[in-house]
Design a protein around this ligand. Structure first.
Ligand code: CMP
Length: 218
């Protein structure tokens, strides 16, 4: 999954000798928006969220990043302050790379630059989709798309549909689509009443009927 997986062995070795390790406990802030940024981080293990905070403290989640993902490259590349906050969701082990080490590595290893550009294109595509969805879809449709995307990414085919074993919390879904937890709860309950979803604990069974409806609506 990681962009580093496809890099030549010498390139990975060169990176490995330049990084330092950092532990981030669950809940700790790794990068703060508006701070000066001189490091890029790679997640060796764990999970982080990239977030913005509204004036009332409401959290907008831009992305959830996992093992093998990187963050902090934007400030290294454009020398602007950090564009967002990055907070550990789980205890995470990080590998840090300082600006000079990054530049020296890139000069000798253009493949890394290409891999980072490809990943940044993927993030921009996703951001374009989110902007389109915010402008064009109502809240129920945004919740439905989030559930469909999760089912397609993580769902296991079982009797009756695709089973998501570890769904995000309602608060996390709300942060991803720019609405409140109460609205997400209302939409999920409504889909459940209509027999399109079954929820129990952290699991959601996304029924085939739900996925069919989404395809018809597309
Ligand atoms: P930087 O601006 O240095 O610090 C915050 C980091 O969050 C940023 O670099 C990116 O690595 C990451 N980031 C910002 N916006 C997004 C996004 N929309 N999707 C994924 N990661 C992001």
């Amino acid at each position: 999954m990681s962009i580093f997986a496809d890099l030549p062995q010498e390139t990975v070795q060169d990176l490995a000798k330049r990084v330092w390790q950092k532990q981030a406990d669950a809940g700790s802030v790794i990068v703060s928006q508006e701070d000066r940024g001189d490091q890029l981080f790679v997640i060796a293990s764990g999970k982080v969220k990239v977030v913005l905070y509204g004036e009332t403290g409401r959290e907008i989640i831009l992305s959830i990043l996992r093992d093998g993902d990187f963050f902090g490259e934007m400030s290294l590349l454009d020398r602007q302050p950090r564009s967002a906050n990055v907070v550990a969701v789980e205890d995470s082990q990080l590998l840090g790379l300082d600006r000079d080490a990054f530049q020296t590595h890139l000069t000798a290893n253009p493949q890394t630059a290409l891999a980072i550009l490809a990943e940044m294109s993927g993030r921009l595509r996703h951001a374009d989709e989110v902007i389109g969805n915010l402008a064009l879809l109502d809240v129920y449709a945004r919740v439905a798309r989030t559930v469909r995307d999760l089912a397609q990414k993580q769902g296991e085919p079982v009797d009756g549909g695709l089973l998501i074993r570890e769904r995000p919390t309602q608060q996390e879904i709300a942060g991803l689509i720019g609405t409140s937890r109460e609205t997400v709860s209302r939409a999920l309950n409504d889909f459940t009443r209509r027999g399109l979803l079954e929820m129990s604990g952290k699991q959601i069974l996304v029924r085939w009927g739900f996925l069919r409806k989404m395809e018809e609506a597309a």
